[in-house]
Design a protein around this ligand. Structure first.
Ligand SMILES: C[S@@+](CC[C@H](N)C(=O)[O-])C[C@H]1O[C@@H](n2cnc3c(N)ncnc32)[C@H](O)[C@@H]1O
Length: 291
C-alpha cells in the first residue's frame, strides 16, 4: 500500500474540502494525479484515532461538520460492515457517481487494482484508472479531449519533482488554473513559518485568483513538526482552490473554522495539548475572503 497517511488529520481536512467542492459544483469530469487506493482498512492507531475517528465522533456537535457531505460519506464507509477509510478518489466516485467521468492515475499496482474494483462495484461507465505518471496524464487530458467543466485534484508527494511532461505538481496546478478548470491542490509542511507556502508559490505562477485554507497544528513553543506523523505541533497542511465559486470557498472556510473549533484544546497523540490555527484567504479579489 503506497499511502501510509490515510485517515490522518491532514487527510480529514483535504477530504472535507474536496467533498464540499464536489457537492457544490459537480464537475462533468474529475481527474486525479496521485489517486492512491480507493479505500483502506481502518487502523485504530493514535493518528487515526485523532484523525478520521475523532472527526466522526465530534462532527455531530459542530453544524458545518455535521451537515458536510464528507462526514456522511466517511461515516458510511468507516462504520460500514467492512470498516474502510475512503481515499479521495472513492470519495469523488461516491459523491459524483455515474454522472461524471474520471481519470484516476497512480503508479502503484495495488492502488490501481483497488480503484478498478471500486469503479466496477459502483457501476461507473466512464472511469479510466491509469497506471501511469499522473501529472503527464492530466496535462495530456487538458491538452486534448477534456470537454466541459472539470475538476483536477493534485495531491503530490513532492511539489517540485518534474514528471515526464516536464511539469512539477505546482506548475501543473498553475496550468490547470490558467485553463479555467476547477482545481483542488493539497500541500503540507513541517515548519510553523511555512503557513500557506504553496499559495505564495502558486500565486507567482498564475494570474487566476486562488483561495487557500491552511491548518497549522500548534503546541507549546514554535518547534518544527513532522508531516509524516501529522499531529506534531509545527506541522501544517492546506488546500488551494481555483476556478470555483466564492460561495464554495466560503463553505470550505466554514468547514475549516469548524474543524479548528472541534479540535480546540485537543490532547495530541504525543500527550501534549494542541490546537489548530485555521487561516484562509483569496488573492487577486481585493483581499476578500480572509478568515
Ligand atoms: C498520498 S497518496 C494519495 C492519496 C489520495 N490522493 C487521497 O487523498 O486519498 C499518494 C499516491 O501517489 C502515488 N504516486 C506517487 N508519485 C506519483 C506520480 N508521479 N504519478 C502518479 N501517482 C504517484 C503513490 O503511489 C500514492 O498512491
Amino acid at each position: 500500500m503506497a499511502n501510509p497517511h490515510f485517515g490522518k488529520i491532514a487527510d480529514v481536512w483535504k477530504h472535507a474540502a474536496l467533498a464540499e467542492v464536489l457537492e457544490r459544483e459537480p464537475p462533468g469530469w474529475y481527474a486525479e494525479t496521485h489517486a492512491g487506493s480507493g479505500a483502506y482498512a481502518i487502523v485504530r492507531d493514535q493518528e487515526r484515532e485523532f484523525g478520521i475517528l475523532r472527526f466522526l465522533a465530534v462532527a455531530p456537535r459542530f453544524a458545518a461538520l455535521a451537515r458536510s457531505r464528507y462526514r456522511a460519506v466517511a461515516a458510511s464507509y468507516v462504520h460500514g460492515e467492512r470498516g474502510l477509510c475512503p481515499g479521495s478518489a472513492l470519495l469523488a466516485m461516491t459523491v459524483l457517481g455515474d454522472a461524471s467521468s474520471y481519470l484516476l492515475c497512480d503508479l502503484d499496482r495495488e492502488s490501481i487494482t483497488d480503484l478498478r474494483r471500486w469503479s466496477r462495484e459502483l457501476g461507473l461507465h466512464s472511469c479510466e484508472v491509469a497506471e501511469t505518471e499522473g501529472m503527464a496524464a492530466v496535462a495530456a487530458r487538458l491538452d486534448g479531449e477534456a470537454r466541459g467543466p472539470g475538476l483536477v485534484h493534485i495531491d503530490p508527494f513532492d511539489p517540485d519533482a518534474r514528471g515526464p511532461a516536464g511539469y512539477s505538481a505546482l506548475e501543473l496546478a498553475a496550468r490547470v488554473a490558467d485553463s479555467g478548470t476547477g482545481l483542488v491542490y493539497w500541500y503540507g509542511y513541517d515548519e510553523p513559518g511555512e503557513q500557506a507556502w504553496a499559495h505564495k508559490r502558486l500565486v507567482a505562477l498564475t494570474r487566476t485568483p486562488l483561495w487557500y485554507g491552511d491548518m497549522l497544528v500548534t503546541g507549546a513553543g514554535k518547534v518544527p513538526g513532522n508531516l509524516g506523523i501529522a499531529t506534531t505541533p509545527g506541522t501544517g497542511f492546506g488546500v488551494i482552490l481555483a476556478n470555483l465559486q466564492a460561495g464554495t470557498a466560503r463553505a470550505c472556510a466554514a468547514l475549516g473554522n469548524a474543524l479548528s473549533d472541534a479540535y480546540a484544546d485537543a490532547i495530541l497523540p504525543d500527550g501534549s495539548p494542541g490546537n489548530f490555527v485555521f487561516t484562509s484567504s483569496t488573492n487577486g479579489e481585493g483581499g476578500a475572503g480572509s478568515g
